[in-house]
Design a protein around this ligand. Structure first.
Ligand SMILES: [Zn+2]
Length: 273
């Protein structure tokens, strides 16, 4: 992985049929005009042209028994020749036979360096008892976990969706949790959880066409735990647009570097494999 440059910590290079199905939900059902092509190579070329050097590809499981295949596909994508460096993500569903085994294999055999939990797509909560051994494991190996806590199909969160993350951080204080979309549109609530728990982070990924709403003061205060992200290819907003939004916080060079890549690189480097 490059030592410098922008890291997009929230990208979904999903495999063939699933990728197409997710696209059609956004385009045909949602009526959105997505800013990226579907093809992985085209997504990566466009991101590279926008200044991104590394991406995290985050699979997500909508039901039990699919995570393992998605994780293998993510590992293959990360190993393929693309215009950006790709960090393999993994996913798991609490209904899987052996959730912690799924995650351990993805890390140890597939080289995954981040886990994604998608609560609305998978229809589960972050405190689901099936995930308890997973949380123990991610604490042990310091695997960062991106949690999309919102349960609404639109991608937004409400207060009740975020409350379990506070409890989770209490139960698993060593877990490196990243609140996806900064809990949009509950950004203030998400940042309260970030402020209270030193291992909780948040990504600044928009929800389709809605930019994360935080103040420049918030951005400066939490610059060591905010991560740049786009949701490419399933977004109406380009990385350039997201970058302009972050630039608008007026951060100093060190804080800006942390948000645009330093924090993501540190989280990945910290994983014990
Ligand atoms: Zn996403």
């Amino acid at each position: 992985m490059s030592e410098t440059g922008v890291v997009d910590s929230h990208v979904h290079l999903l495999p063939g049929r699933l990728g197409a199905k997710v696209r059609s939900i956004f385009e045909d059902l949602g009526g959105y005009r997505l800013a990226y092509e579907a093809e992985h190579s085209a997504v990566c070329e466009q991101l590279a042209a926008e200044g991104v050097s590394t991406i995290w590809t985050l699979p997500y499981a909508h039901r039990p028994d699919v995570a393992e295949g998605l994780n293998e596909a993510a590992a293959a994508t990360a190993a393929s020749d693309l215009a950006v460096d790709v960090v393999a993500g993994a996913t798991v569903h609490p209904g899987d036979d052996d959730p912690v085994g799924v995650v351990r294999r993805a890390v140890e055999d597939g080289g995954a360096r981040v886990l994604k939990l998608h609560c609305s797509v998978g229809d589960f909560g972050p405190l689901d008892p099936g995930l308890r051994p997973v949380w123990d494991y991610v604490e042990e190996v310091r695997l960062p976990v991106v949690v999309h806590a919102g349960r609404a199909p639109s991608g937004v969160s409400d207060e009740e969706d975020l409350a379990p993350l506070d409890e989770l951080a209490r139960r698993h204080p060593e877990a490196r949790v990243i609140i996806a979309h900064c809990g949009h549109d509950q950004e203030r609530h998400a940042l309260r959880i970030v402020a209270e728990h030193p291992n909780v982070h948040a990504d600044l990924t928009p929800v389709v066409n809605r930019l994360v709403q935080i103040t420049p003061d918030d951005a400066a205060r939490h610059a060591d735990r905010l991560l740049f992200g786009t949701d490419a290819p399933n977004t109406e907003l380009t990385a350039a647009r997201c970058r302009a939004h972050v630039d608008g916080f007026g951060l100093g060079p060190e804080a800006l570097g942390a948000v645009l890549g330093g924090n993501a690189r540190r989280l990945v480097a910290d994983v014990r494999s």
